[in-house]
Each structure stands twice: as structure tokens, then as C-alpha cells.
Design a protein around this ligand. Structure first.
Ligand code: GLV
Ligand code: MN
Ligand code: MN
Length: 410
């Protein structure tokens, strides 16, 4: 039997603020793109905290960091929690960071209570979850579970042209632990929802049972530069026009499909990008997601057909480069039940839900029973410096994590 304990809320909130100040920009955003100097500073800070907690640190060759709190039966597979501490360029304080620091707070709480668990606890920090600098997203956890080779991952090129392998070495985080070290008995990731449902419904805890499929591609459209004043409309091969037509098509497609289909053109670069020059080239990204694999494939197919007809009608060429493709994931239903049970026992309203965002948990689900705990995001805002979760909700989620991990580790 285990006693009901509570984490130290003020300490968790303070550590979240200290980490959020690493890579803070003039506009208040958290900017710790993967494997930059700012990411290194964040890693050094959190590894320091792990050491203060007496944890044993391992770093694997893709830069994933693991802090281990030994259990009384080290021969048993450990219980793992954690998330990521890289951010998008305009990130908030909680995405990823919350799951890692709440994991450390669970360890601190157990240490203070001198409570031993049978299974060891591992808090993981996975490399490049965001995918904002290096594609695909969830790259560190993907390599950890064997879904991508280390060699392939080290060769990935950043949006700024840097090589992932070089950057990993440069910041001193290419470790030597075996890939797949600490293969877990179960994985639980605590995260802010990043969407509006819990906030709108006034519910405190989401027991996440599945996660939608993700399709990312980069399209390069090649047309012909020409004079904006002299070129008749019927003689144009306008890459800029084609880029906006694709963006409009993606929106119309999601509208006509309805349901859970979402689509985003989040990155557009025109060349030469001048007022009086028809664009010769456009590079854009398309992010399509759906909880249903067949519908996601249908969306990809519709986009593909549109690209072919657009290329023909505008006289441009369009090439596609795959950046990420992950099928929808079902989490472990029994584990989601335990999360709901612990939320209930703590007097917290809760519901089953789907994750719209990608998470390291979707990769861990390939190797062990996995589920996630969500807490509300005010206004459903995330990937935005205004990302906010009420302190009481952050503390409540960490207490659900504490109860869930403690139970799993016994
Ligand atoms: C990761 O944050 C993603 O869902 O894009
Ligand atoms: Mn995240
Ligand atoms: Mn994110």
C-alpha cells in the first residue's frame, strides 16, 4: 500500500520559471530550438537538478538524457516518465518542460518522504521533440525505440543548414549509453493539452487514450521569375500564386472533410520575394493530421491530385520531400484508466481524450504500455509565448503523475 502524497507545488512552479528564462526572447517567448546553445543551457540546468536529486544520468548517442532513481529491485524494468525541453522558436513555458520538471518533482517528493519504490523511476528528456529545427518531430524518442537508425538521424539537416550530428557533438550531448537504455515497463507523459477542450469544459485532467496521425511534407514549387508589370497574366508561371492556392486548398479540404481533419501551411518562403518580381520559387510546408489513418491517407491523396492539376494549369513544377509521417496511435487503455482513477481519487474532474499534438509518448507506445496525462491550456493557446496553465492545474497534474508513477513502480 502507498500513502497519498503531494508534490511541492511552489518548487515545481519556480523551476518552470527558471527554465523558461533560458532562451527567453525580447518578446517573452521561450526559444530553445533543438541542439542550439540555448538548448544546451537548458539541458545543463536540468541535468544539474537531476544530479542534486541523486539521480544517475545517462546520455545516449542521439542526445536523449535519462535520470534514474534506483528502486529496490533493479532487476525489474523501470517506470519511465518525461518529455522534452526543446521548444519551437516562439514557444511558451510549459510545452514539454512541464512533463520533465514534474517528473523531477515526483522524484524530489519521494526522496523527501524517503519512500523507496520497487521499480526504478526514470525521467527522460528526449532530443528534438518539436521538429521545428530538424525533421521529423519526436526524433530522439523515435531513434530510442528503433524507428529510425542513429546514422540516418545524425545526417538530418536543420532548417539553418546545420547537421544534427555536428550540433549534438558541438553542444556536448552525444552520449555513449546504449540506444534503448532503461527499456521501460511503462511510460507516462504529463503534458499541457495545447488545445481548448479541457479549458472549455472546465475539466481538470485528461486521460489521453490516443493521438492523431501526422503527415508533414515540404513542397518546392518552381516557376519563372518575370516582370510584374509587363507579363500578361496568361503568360505567368507564378510560384507565389501556386503556394497560396495550395494553402487555400488545404483549408478547403479540411472544411469539406470535417471531423478531425486539420491542415496547416505554416512555412512559406518565396524567391526572390520582391514586390515587382513574379516568384520563381516557393518552398512551403503542409502539416495534415487526423485520428483516422484512412481519412489521413484520403487527405494526402486529395492534396496530391490538386498538386498535379495545379502544376499543369500554372506551368510550374512541384516536388515534395517527406518530413514526417506517423500513423495514429492508440495508448494503453488500462493505463489511461489508472490515470482517470488517480484523478478521481484526488477529487479532480477528468475525461478520456485524444491528443492533437505529437508527443514522445507516441513513440514509446511502440515498446511498452503508454498513456498521457493532460492539464488545461488557457484558451487552448500553445506554440505561442502566451501559453498558460493555471498554477493549481499544473500542481494537480503533477500530483496525478506522482500517484500514477508510484502505483506503477510498486
Ligand atoms: C509537436 O509539438 C507537434 O505536434 O507539432
Ligand atoms: Mn510538447
Ligand atoms: Mn510543441
Amino acid at each position: 500500500m502507498t500513502t497519498q502524497r503531494s508534490i511541492n507545488g511552489p518548487r515545481l512552479l519556480q523551476q518552470l520559471q527558471i527554465l523558461a528564462d533560458v532562451g527567453r526572447t525580447d518578446t517573452g517567448a521561450c526559444c530553445r530550438l533543438a541542439l542550439t546553445d540555448e538548448d544546451k543551457q537548458g539541458r545543463d540546468l536540468v541535468v544539474g537538478w537531476m544530479k542534486e536529486l541523486g539521480m544517475t544520468i545517462s546520455v545516449d548517442p542521439i542526445g536523449n538524457i535519462f535520470g534514474l532513481r534506483a528502486g529496490s529491485r533493479p532487476e525489474l524494468a523501470p517506470i519511465m516518465t518525461g518529455s522534452h525541453i526543446d521548444t519551437v522558436r516562439t514557444g511558451g513555458a510549459y510545452d514539454g518542460n512541464y512533463g520533465v520538471l514534474a517528473g523531477l518533482e515526483v522524484v524530489a517528493t519521494l526522496n523527501e518522504a524517503q519512500q523507496m519504490t520497487e521499480r526504478s523511476l526514470v525521467v527522460a528528456i528526449f532530443t528534438n521533440e518539436e521538429g521545428a529545427r530538424f525533421a521529423p518531430d519526436m526524433l530522439g524518442s523515435l531513434v530510442y525505440v528503433g524507428g529510425m537508425t542513429l546514422e540516418e538521424a545524425l545526417e538530418v539537416k536543420a532548417i539553418d543548414g546545420a547537421l544534427l550530428g555536428h550540433e549534438l557533438k558541438r553542444i556536448g550531448y552525444q552520449g555513449t549509453s546504449a540506444l534503448g537504455i532503461h527499456k521501460p515497463h511503462a511510460f507516462v507523459e504529463l503534458h499541457i493539452e495545447q488545445g481548448p477542450l479541457l479549458d472549455i469544459e472546465g475539466i481538470k485532467i485528461g486521460a489521453v487514450e490516443n493521438l492523431q496521425g501526422i503527415s508533414w511534407q515540404e513542397l518546392t514549387i518552381t516557376g519563372q521569375s518575370n516582370h510584374a508589370g509587363t507579363t500578361p497574366m496568361y503568360l505567368r508561371h507564378d510560384a507565389g500564386y501556386a503556394a497560396s492556392a495550395i494553402s487555400t486548398f488545404v483549408r478547403d479540404l479540411t472544411r469539406s472533410m470535417g471531423g478531425n481533419q486539420v491542415g496547416t501551411v505554416g512555412h512559406v518562403v518565396l524567391t526572390p520575394n520582391l514586390i515587382n518580381v513574379i516568384a520563381a520559387r516557393a518552398t512551403i510546408t503542409v502539416d495534415l493530421r487526423n485520428t483516422d489513418e484512412a481519412l489521413l491517407q484520403q487527405a494526402e491523396q486529395a492534396l496530391n491530385e490538386f498538386l498535379q492539376s495545379l502544376a499543369a494549369s500554372e506551368g510550374v513544377t512541384i516536388t515534395s520531400r517527406r518530413l514526417a509521417r506517423f500513423e495514429p496511435v492508440e495508448f494503453d487503455s488500462a493505463l489511461a484508466d489508472r490515470i482517470a482513477h488517480h484523478a478521481q481519487a484526488l477529487g479532480l474532474s477528468n475525461r478520456r481524450m485524444t491528443s492533437g499534438a505529437g508527443h514522445d509518448a507516441q513513440m514509446l507506445a511502440r515498446v511498452c504500455p503508454t498513456a498521457m496525462i493532460f492539464v488545461p491550456s488557457a484558451g487552448g493557446i500553445s506554440h505561442n509565448p502566451a501559453e498558460h496553465t493555471e498554477p493549481a492545474d499544473l500542481i494537480a497534474g503533477a500530483n496525478v503523475l506522482l500517484a500514477t508513477l508510484t502505483e506503477l513502480a510498486h
